[in-house]
Ligand binder design. Sequence first.
Ligand code: NAD
Length: 436
Amino acid sequence: MKIAVVGTGYVGLVTGTCLAETGNNVICVDINVEKVKKMQEGQLPIYEPGLEQLFHRNINQGRLHFTTSLAEAIEEAKIIFLALPTPPGGDGAADLSYVLGAAKDIAGIIKEYKVIVTKSTVPVGTADKVRAVMSKETNLEFAVVSNPEFLREGVAVEDFMKPDRVVVGTTDERARKLMGELYAPYVRQGNPVIFMDERSSELTKYAANSFLATKISFMNEIANMCELVGADVDMVRRGIGADERIGKRFLFAGIGYGGSCFPKDVQALAKSAEENQYDFQILNSVMSVNEIQKKVLVQKVKKFYNGDIAGKHFALWGLAFKPETDDIREAPALYIIDEIVAAGGTITAYDPEAMPNIKNLLGDKIKYAEDPYQALDGADALLIVTEWSVFRTPDFDQLTSGLQSKVIFDGRNLYDLDKMEDCGFYYNSIGRRVVE
Ligand code: NAD
């Protein structure tokens, strides 16, 4: 099938590449000229495990193309995916200007029936808005489909190639058939393609992300309780996770959720509820718990130094909002860096993939190390912010000799408490006893 993908970010590029992988002919279009040039030259603009190989293979086999021309991209495409940003607007609601703008442009170009698929995360009612915008520009027939994306950065290729489920919201029979055919190779093991109306599909994505964010905030509150009553959140997690109704996944306490999706999607759903005169109480709590949790690690640091960290130097491991990505949008590290620098502390940071993005954003606000141990040089303490595998089993001797003092603040609960005790570290993590 001939496919166009509008927007080549984490979602668009993975979507385009994975759709090419099953034999479709895909043209990806982006307004970022530099990015498109890079991709045309065979350079991958993002880090995403497993993507590089598929990207090169499909370019080399002539199924994956890049352009800055929307007209060229959609000319022959039967299905046009919109994988455009939907950032929070000033009031917290999703900003639909990218999606509606592209829909308008597309409507002005098309010469035959097309299926327009919204892959971006968009509020309920967006399919109707897209339809309305397009109908003003064209008398031709078209279908608007909601097909929210559930991939996780870091395992995006795997998620796209073998999705737990695919959700397709459409009331157009032709579109339904085409979408069914397109996704058939990805659900051969029997995972469902769930067809529904557009509104339910749009809400499904927000419900999924908000539910996951709720799990995180809930466990963070349990962690805070653990610290107060002398319990261990890891034990509690294992204890409740063994119950199949609860499940083992997504129960790790930490320093709050970040990234480009959870914060904005929870906020957008709350805003959407408000617009419908509904007070979505749980979501409001999920957000305020997260705001508090983002501050927990820095509070622990400040408390340890009796409120005065001016002149202290910190090693910081992990900048990406989660492991296996270079994405730093809404990363907890950003907040932590801001707070520490504002209080007069200095930082040398290391991250396996996110260093270029952080350097672009922060410049010389902090120093950068070439490996985890170099970051320790002269540091008063180590702060662990992202749970990259490489930080899980470090050389504790090198840690001891690198740091000025044997002090670790761990926002991701990476190390065993007894081990830290044996090694003689001061070790302060989340929802567990402090090793002193
Ligand atoms: P992104 O910011 O990484 O990428 C967006 C791309 O769109 C950029 O390359 C940008 O240059 C391009 N763009 C902007 N305006 C354009 C236009 N008019 N024409 C062509 N290209 C244009 O965004 P993303 O992370 O891929 O997210 C896209 C959407 O998918 C959002 O709605 C997001 O909520 C949703 N989503 C994201 C994830 C994720 O993990 N990142 C997962 C599921 C859903």
